[in-house]
Write a protein that binds this ligand. Structure first.
Ligand code: 2P0
Length: 334
């Protein structure tokens, strides 16, 4: 028997990934940038290999996974099995510290932890760059969760995706003051998953190509603002990119609407707060779900939280700092 356990945290993009140039190899249409969250948004995954196992089996939060969930995970296991030239089947146990789906990007931490634990169990001595490529195949954003701090997922130029991986821009120590205040509005799984939604947008949204041009400018500003850690410079770019992604989602056919009325109310409140303060106290960003992520500095968290607490429909508020990339543990789940 072989056993390995990995821990990975969620990441929340500030320059979003929405669309692939190659859907099979998960090569994104644009680079994306995220911050990796601290251990509050974490997945722990244990992979066990044994000659007696006849199929790959998966448990998530102590429950046997659905056929669809197992299939997606098994495809990553198979990828690693081929690289490792092994025939061993796996039992996988995974635990999340936060709700599945609903735009909280549990797939990012899940597929990052899965890739790490699987490669270790099959004794593939891969570096983080290679792990990031495997994680990418499970869920694009998972490629970024292999690293901590500020991370950029590079689309690369090769057709085979071999130069498509994430890398650290700056370590978490640089962002000791940075927080993401998460407002949970809904815990339901989203109706149209990201992979399907992205295909719809790239093939039908008339402004998708324009978005790609704008993204290049925002990537440049975001990298500079990260390296100098300048929140005043970073905040407007974060909000513009979220708005731009939700615009192309909405213009898709069928129209993809992930934000709800409460999300829009939060967005408006943050815009008003910044206006009345004459500086950026918060920067909102929304993923493929209604939940709000407000990036802010530690000195402004109580202000942001009190605004969110006043809004009807906010179910829970989670304050995250910036955290680590993938780690391994000897404390296994089973
Ligand atoms: C991102 N998202 O950059 C963007 C922003 C959602 C909106 O990457 O498993 O990582 O299909 O939910 O492919 C979500 O897409 O995850 C994503 P699935 P995937 O974080």
């Amino acid at each position: 028997m072989k056993i390995a356990t990995a821990l990975a945290n969620s990441n929340i993009a500030i320059i979003k990934y929405w669309g692939n140039s190659n859907d099979e190899l998960i090569i994104p249409s644009n680079n994306s940038i995220s911050f990796t969250m601290d251990d509050k948004l974490q997945t722990k995954t244990t992979v066990i290999l044994d000659e007696e196992f006849t199929i790959d089996e998966l448990w998530i939060n102590d429950q046997k996974a659905t056929a669809k969930e197992t299939e997606r995970v098994a495809s990553i296991i198979e990828l690693v099995r081929i690289k490792a030239k092994s025939k061993l089947k796996a039992k996988i146990f995974s635990e999340n510290s936060f709700p599945k789906g609903a735009g909280l990007a549990s797939s990012a931490s899940s597929f990052a932890a899965l890739s790490g634990a699987t490669c270790k169990a099959y004794s593939l001595g891969l570096n983080k760059k290679e792990l990031s490529k495997i994680a990418r195949m499970g869920s694009g954003s998972a490629s970024r969760s292999i690293f901590g701090g500020a991370v950029e997922w590079i689309k690369g130029i090769r057709k085979d995706g071999e130069d498509c991986y994430a890398q650290e821009i700056a370590p978490k120590e640089k962002f000791k003051e940075l927080r993401n205040i998460v407002a949970i509005l809904e815990r339901k799984e989203k109706k149209i998953g990201s992979r399907e939604g992205m295909k719809i947008t790239t093939s039908t949204s008339k402004n998708f190509e324009n978005r790609l041009i704008e993204v290049e400018k925002r990537l440049k500003i975001a990298r500079e603002a990260i390296l100098d850690f300048d929140f005043e410079k970073l905040a407007p770019v974060i909000m513009e990119d979220s708005d731009s992604m939700h615009k192309v989602m909405k213009e898709s056919n069928p129209s993809l609407i992930y934000m709800n009325d409460i999300s829009h109310k939060i967005r408006k409140e943050i815009i008003e707060l910044n206006k009345s303060s004459e500086k950026y106290l918060g920067a909102y960003t929304f993923d493929a779900g209604p939940n709000a992520h407000i990036y802010t500095l530690s000195k402004n968290t109580s202000k942001i939280k009190s605004i969110l607490n006043e809004i009807e429909g906010v179910q829970e508020i989670i304050e995250c700092g910036i955290g680590d990339g993938i780690r391994f543990s000897d404390s296994h789940l089973m």
